[in-house]
Design a protein around this ligand. Structure first.
Ligand code: SF4
Length: 368
């Protein structure tokens, strides 16, 4: 019975047909072999991206950890009066941009908490100054949660807020803040911030304005297979309409230092199965990332054979997963990224933020 169902799914995939939500939930069944799910995902991944695995040279910048939402899932945020709260000054922010450029990075990934005492103009000014100082550095900045808050406090539309971000120099949006769309889960893990509909609305508006964006899903906490599949189906539906998502990034929940610290960390089976099922369900996404900071280096390497085709970046100065107990190295060099990819039998391909191939000599780079 199980075998029949799996054979039907295999035939659908070989014929290029879309999987149903029920198919996706079935693949989470513990009696369905992880190895077989991975093999199917690898088939689809090879059809889309051959043997290539993408990576980029990037740095992270988190200008503040103060956040008014204080989500239960979050180990990073602080109240304004917390001794560990910080707000970077503009000199340090520009210093981080300079360091990224000198290291040859093509991208700065910028996300922050939502600081209740900082006006959106502060965020826009930070972005504008970075873009003016380092015009070649692609700014992948502001989650949908930040953008929804900017629009709320300025009483402007999401669309005009994104237009301002584009004018300030933002080149694409990261995928953070999506967590799990299902309201019954969201109200337990992040009840105060923008809901799933709003997250999707921000990305829809960005796509309509020509910005490419990523999408994430935080899994391995209190959600179940049905919630993960619902999340993937929502993303797939939106991608059918706008086509603006570049990559899907499955993020493993790290419970340490959060208000959900009693939960067990996600197993390797759940992690690899979720990467693989994401690849299978999101037939209209070109890329699925194995974000090594979230998965861990070893599991991210393994995920390259379970449907992922992108290891993400060198990721200098990441603070958010580290706050939740992630013990991965602070950064990976380009040589290490290439080695990790080659070791799995794949062909490394440096890309920019829009998946254009990059040619590089040390810190100097051009588009190929
Ligand atoms: S997850 Fe994001 S929105 Fe929630 S508290 Fe942390 S920084 Fe703020």
């Amino acid at each position: 019975m199980l075998e029949d169902r799996l054979s039907k799914i295999r035939r659908k995939l070989e014929a290029g047909e879309r999987l149903s939500a029920a198919d996706g939930e079935f693949l989470y069944h513990p009696d369905v072999s992880l190895h077989e799910v991975g093999e199917l995902a690898d088939l689809v991944r090879r059809r889309k991206n051959g043997n290539r695995v993408f990576y980029n040279l990037n740095a992270h910048l988190n200008p503040t950890n103060v956040c008014l939402y204080r989500c239960a899932l979050c180990a990073y945020s602080r109240d304004p009066d917390d001794p560990q709260a910080f707000v970077m000054n503009i000199d340090d922010i520009l210093g981080a941009g300079r360091e990224a450029v000198e290291a040859g990075c093509t991208e700065l990934h910028i996300v922050s908490g939502v600081h209740p005492e900082k006006s959106p103009d502060w965020y826009f000014d930070v972005l504008g100054q970075l873009h003016t100082a380092f015009p070649r550095l692609h700014l992948k900045a502001c989650t949908a949660i930040e953008i929804a808050w900017f629009a709320q406090v300025t009483k402007r539309t999401i669309r005009s807020t994104i237009e301002d971000l584009i004018r300030a120099g933002v080149g694409s949006l990261p995928g953070g803040g999506a967590e799990i769309f299902a309201p019954e889960i969201r109200t337990q893990i992040c009840p105060r911030k923008a809901d799933g509909r709003t997250w999707l609305g921000v990305h829809r508006a960005a796509h309509q304005l020509g910005l490419r964006t990523n999408a994430t899903m935080l899994f391995g906490h209190i959600e179940h297979a049905e919630h993960r599949i619902d999340h993937l189906v929502e993303l797939r539906l939106q991608q059918d309409v706008t086509g603006g998502f570049q990559a899907f990034v499955p993020l493993v929940f790290h419970p340490e230092n959060t208000r959900m610290a009693h939960l067990e960390p996600a197993s390797a089976d759940l992690t690899l199965r979720t990467v693989a099922i994401s690849r299978l369900m999101l037939d209209n996404f070109e890329h699925v990332k194995a974000y090594w900071v979230s998965l861990g280096v070893g599991l991210a390497q393994t995920a390259l054979s379970y449907g992922a085709d992108d290891l993400d970046g060198t990721v200098r100065r990441e603070r958010i997963h580290r706050a939740a107990g992630s013990e991965v190295p602070e950064t990976l060099s380009e040589a290490e990224m290439r080695y990790l990819i080659t070791e799995t039998g794949h062909e490394p391909q440096e890309r920019d933020s829009l998946y254009r191939p990059v040619k590089r000599q040390g810190a100097h780079w051009t588009l190929a």
